[in-house]
Design a protein. Structure first.
Lengths: 155, 155, 155, 155, 155, 155, 155, 155
């Protein structure tokens, strides 16, 4: 992980147990050489820490935030309520197959968008790809790598 | 509305447009003579105001909080994350029939419960009744009135 | 379990097989030193026993009742129909992932509220926490412990 | 309505507002000359009345009971818990399109069956037809009329 | 199994692989001494056999038919279209958790009722109990045994 | 309508009230000059008529059958059970938004396929287009017209 | 596999991992002696290859296309957008039980039909049977074999 | 509309009838002074036009694409398959309440993300806000306006 460089993507999750899923996002950012940081901060159990993280994200240099949570999954929304950075949500698996997680995520009120991905690991990977696409609009090198990857993944 | 007395129940909702629904809860508290206050505070558009309201609720004398929200309905959870008072959630109607509101509400993580009611006006009424039942465990007069009401409502 | 003291919380379930789930609620009440009792009484197979338990609950000193049931889960509603004590429902897992259990639980008619928790063990834990929050409005010691627990659980 | 004769079918519903739907069942029984009675008795608001009705149904000569209820629809199950007469359930329409009514009805525990029909008026009609089919196993005249009706309804 | 006596209940299923589930119904009928027969006949793969079975059921002495099927579960409806005997449906488990099975079963058109039970083995058992309740309206001995069983099953 | 010519497509529906929807299919066949016939035949209320129609369809020159039905929608499956002609199903709208119609239709057992379209009028139109595509594999003129239509519909 | 002969059915899937499921379709075509080809081509990862395959399908002699995909399953629709050959869709299993796969498949706009089968292996088999039925309208030998198979499969 | 300036956001929809909904996105971009263009291009009826639009989007200066579609909603995915620009999806209302649109949209395969918004007009508005947030990571003036808007919208 490119952790010595100042991170430009923040990956947040509600519980340590979400790490195996959310690390999928990190691995893809790594492969693109994009520095990121990983935080565990629950919207419901650590609301103030979450608020501080989200409201301070822009100032510390983050450009995109990825948030993974399950059940009554409020983490992405809680972060989006505190920042104007793009927030990407990964609804995590749950006893209800992630149904509750995505219902809790995607129907956000006007003015507080959350970019909802698919459920679980596949969604975590795509959160990283969307983050790269967003960064790519600004950094031609990232966009170029994305184009190379797009060609390579064709089956 | 018994607003001159210090309120012991707080009714919060995410938008002014939720007032007709949430007033159903107020009307029932009124009929039991229980003082309450009504606030509009969105978890996503006014997160700090919501946080302050929730974290200051106990100190100002509230004993129960009723929260109504729709869609990616985080209001009750956001309040519950800041207080140890019982929080009662009313999932409000939405283009998805309130199903999203409900899923966004009831699957809370351990330690941060939210007492979920039915969807819409009927749920708002029951939020008031549950608040009264909670207060009734402490105030015999309320519990007595509830017992009288129970008899009267039999069909 | 603090069973020598007079219980103030009743934990009821429809079948002995629900014990492993509902014991999660008991364990949390234990850790807060709150006396409780556990009963198996099916709304459908032992309706009279259930009715008697619910209608006599207040008199014997119970202040909150927790009810766990699955499928066409009527236990919480059946109890709520007989008492003005707050009734907390835990929809239990089922072949339909608990979908039937919570649909059967949360859409109660006005005047007979049931505080619906999440599905399964996590819901059982939260039922205990909500019971503690309700008791906490009356017993400052419990409320204080809840505040300590809230701080400790932050991640 | 053949009300002067002793009724052999009981039609019960949770609320007066269910009458227009449940009368569809009555109209069909009328057209077959089967005497029935109609009662309003809510499982949640009049649990004791419901219990008495169900437990006394066989003694007073009822042979089948039809129960219509919506939302957390417990009426049919509550009646089935008190009698060994066949109980036919009509899940009534609700803000959730009757889906909650249906889920609350059909997943009954072993030993307490409820014969679930379709949702709303069409279900109410079929509840009457099933009642007639049940009576028809005993009364050849009813079975004969059913066969005539079956031929007539062919399109 | 009381197979030497003339059966009065028919248990039909769409595939041999449904036998372990549907045998639960048979076991209960056995324990009540009610003679029955078991047939495998798919509504879709053996439509004519199914039609003949259903249309000849009454004549051969059957009084109730239990039908178990999964997926686009048409067996109970296909049988009900050919007879005025009460038809009890058991929606069987499927890759969609039985969701397709019961949607395909319970919303029958007026005049062709199907008594829908819960999903899988538990539903199969209740199909037998409902069959017994139906027979019990005619045979006091069965009704009496049902009352004894009801008492015994109380928990 | 090209009704003087021998029809090669059969459009069947369970009830006269389905005509406005299913006529959408006819209108498209008309515009392609494909002769068809329309029949009302319920799988549940006219099972024998349905069986005869399906089993005789090939002999009378039909090459494709379109079947529209709602609720516990068995019509397409019932027809498919009696013929090796391709059967196209249109799940019709219902109180459950056509979801029940759809679930009752598409999960057919191996060997008895039903080509399921979308719900309601849009599905009826596409049933006609699929019928034309099927006929187009044999009749170049129809296939050619379909290619022209495809170009014209581009937006 | 009859691969030396010019294929008349194309089986396409979005990923190599879908082969075990889609081979079920191939096995049935094999048993009927119908030549086919198998391709892996993702609508999202290889859109141009998919477009070329679909738009060239008719010219190379294909008469029916079977497409299997899961999740946001666009493969069948993408192919249907480029050809007037009949396209049969197999919604594949997914973490959401295939729910997303079939919702993404069956509600196609007018003029671009997709013949939706059941989920997974059973759907793959039926896709082959529907392809055979379509071919059977043109090739009497195939239709005859289908009739023989229909008789054999009766249970 | 700032249409004289070179657009940096593309708003695409599958049908002209989607304009009233998608114009909500345009109105918000207008109020932020962000130039955009609006196109109607169906993934299923105009696949080549859609492909060309998507594959040429970056070259012509677009930085973000918003795509609205309903039913088997493939537009966003079809575009995402052809570009490395961020693609924001608005699932549009449908007879199934937009649920089908949503399921068809959000479960994209790894490497081809689609940023899914809520259903209908509210989702269209949020698509514009997310586009602005993405642009804001590059253009400080937009980000500053977003922060002002965030403060203003607090209730």
């Amino acid at each position: 992980m490119s952790k010595t460089v100042k991170p430009i993507v923040g990956i947040v999750m509600g519980s340590k147990s979400d790490l195996p899923t959310m690390n999928e996002a990190g691995a893809i950012l790594d492969s693109f050489g994009v520095p990121y940081e990983i935080r565990v901060s629950s919207a419901h159990r650590s609301p103030d820490k979450t608020t501080q993280y989200a409201s301070g994200a822009k100032k510390k240099g983050l450009q995109v935030i990825i948030a993974g949570a399950g059940g009554a999954a409020h983490l992405a929304g809680a972060i989006a309520s505190q920042t104007v950075l793009p927030v990407i949500a990964v609804p995590l698996k749950s006893p209800l197959n992630g149904l509750d997680s995505f219902y809790a995520t995607f129907q956000m009120p006007s003015g507080v968008p959350v970019a909802t991905m698919g459920i679980g690991k596949s969604g975590a990977k795509n959160a990283a790809f969307l983050a790269l696409q967003i960064l790519g609009t600004r950094y031609p090198a990232i966009q170029k790598k994305l184009m190379q990857h797009k060609k390579k993944q064709a089956v």
